[in-house]
Write a protein that binds this ligand. Structure first.
Ligand code: AMP
Length: 112
């Protein structure tokens, strides 16, 4: 089954890249919900947060390490939000684990 974020990770579909290392890729969301809206994805296909387990959970720490670099790179000195949508009720539309990094404006709580 083809996965759009796997294709982006392989470079087969173009993205506006912000950060890349051997394990993760970060790129600007096509439909930004904040002045800064970046998606951070593992290059390895993991369908959702519900599929994190003892074997693959280190990638989540790596995503947050990358996020700390990206926020400094982008100058988000006043804070930001990292969101993961999981499954239907969580509002997940792309079935490849990803974290939304949102910044550049004040965020509301609770989210809708
Ligand atoms: P979610 O609804 O949490 O699954 O988020 C999926 C996100 O991927 C949405 O915010 C989309 O705007 C974004 N998106 C989908 N396709 C692309 C793409 N080709 N490049 C960048 N962002 C995308």
């Amino acid at each position: 089954m083809s996965c759009i974020f796997c294709e982006i990770a392989k470079g087969n579909i173009p993205s506006n890249k912000v950060y890349e290392d051997d394990k993760v890729l970060a790129f600007y969301d096509l439909d930004p919900q904040a002045p800064v809206h970046v998606l951070i994805i593992p290059k390895e296909h993991i369908t959702s947060a519900d599929d994190i387990n003892e074997q693959n959970s280190s990638i989540v720490a790596h995503v947050f390490e990358a996020a700390a670099k990206i926020t400094k790179q982008l100058g988000l000195t006043n804070g930001y939000r990292i969101v993961n949508n999981c499954g239907e009720d969580g509002g997940q539309s792309v079935k490849h684990l990803h974290f939304h990094l949102l910044g550049g404006r004040s965020m509301e709580w609770p989210p809708g």
